[in-house]
Design a protein around this ligand. Structure first.
Ligand code: DGY
Length: 319
């Protein structure tokens, strides 16, 4: 059986698939696969190991001849038309769990960076502007006793909350269902989205992108934010109204933003790049050696399981 891997990923996946006697389609390149090449190769594949940079839409899914499983190398799967895949009986899987810690760590790093102005301070020094210690040089804000509003208390949101506790942050969260164990561990409280936006000093977004969450933080919702609030986003850019957030940052209506995700990646709105109060990262939430290896292994195991007639480990459209 043949497996298409759409782009270079850690060797562990390739080795596992080969060990299980699967043929790997395509010389794996470091560049995103073109739409035509994806279609051509996907038609021959029994399983596809896809990336969030691949658009697996209805048209592509309907053209698949023999594919039984699409294993996305990401926890998010907004790049795949799940309804079309389910209608065609194709199992879609993702990589939850293995990237929770790395993404939560990066979220905390963004919180510290925005509030303590780390990137800005480093640039200041590298630009040769450091002429000596000064009482009012690059003053930031402390985390202790500030309110952190976690939007989406899934695994990553909860891991962020647990870490945040040790910095003395007080935690509130917005989620469809209450998370009692998380509340107990972090002394946090479930609130409505409006309450969270109105009361948080820092908001951190941890929702998957879907029709319901797209533009959830609309212009109107963003306007509820406290003066001087900080926005952290390590989930998906489209969850908030980026244009409006930029206006709020430019006018210092909010304090700062730490962003790992954007609308239209990899094209970043140039206005974001000009602001000193914005930290921009190239979607590296899960970018550690350990996590990327674990993601590759999990994606490969999902393919192997489905193609060998076993249950997938982490399906998103299959009971
Ligand atoms: C994901 O998994 O969805 C991240 O955005 C990349 O690891």
């Amino acid at each position: 059986m043949k497996v298409l891997i759409t782009r270079r990923i850690p060797e562990v996946a390739i080795n596992l698939l080969k060990k299980n006697k699967f043929e790997i389609l395509q010389p794996i390149s470091d560049k995103p696969i073109s739409k035509n090449r994806l279609k051509l190769l996907a038609e021959q594949a029994d399983g596809i190991l896809s990336l969030l940079t691949d658009r697996i839409d209805k048209e592509l899914i309907n053209s698949l001849q023999r594919c039984k499983v699409i294993a996305n190398f990401a926890v998010g799967y907004n790049n795949i038309d799940i309804i079309a895949a389910s209608e065609k009986g194709i199992i879609v899987t993702n990589t939850p769990g293995v990237l929770t810690d790395s993404t939560a760590d990066l979220t905390i790093a963004l919180m510290l960076n925005t509030t303590r102005r780390i990137s800005e301070s480093e640039k200041f020094l590298r630009d040769g502007k450091f002429t000596g210690w000064k009482p009012d040089l690059l003053l930031g804000r402390e985390l202790k006793n500030k309110i952190l509003g976690i939007i989406g208390a899934g695994a990553i949101g909860q891991a962020v909350g647990e870490r945040a506790l040790s910095f003395g942050l007080k935690i509130i969260y917005y989620n469809r269902s209450p998370k009692r164990e998380f509340e107990r561990k972090t002394r946090s409280k479930k609130v409505s989205l409006n309450t969270l936006l109105k009361t948080s000093d820092i908001i951190s977004i941890h929702l998957p992108l879907s029709d319901e969450t797209k533009n959830l933080l609309s212009k109107e919702k963003l306007e509820l934010l406290k003066r001087d609030a900080v926005i952290i986003n390590t989930s998906r850019g489209e969850i908030l109204d980026e244009q409006h957030m930029i206006k709020m940052l430019e006018s210092n209506r909010i304090y700062s933003a730490g962003l790992d995700v954007f609308h239209n990646e990899p094209d970043i709105n140039p206005r974001l790049l000009k602001m000193r109060n914005v930290i921009v990262l190239p979607h590296v939430g899960s970018a550690t050696v350990e996590t990327r290896n674990a993601m590759a292994e999990l994606a490969a195991k999902n393919i192997i399981n489905v193609l060998k007639g076993r249950k997938p480990l982490t399906p998103v459209n299959h009971e």
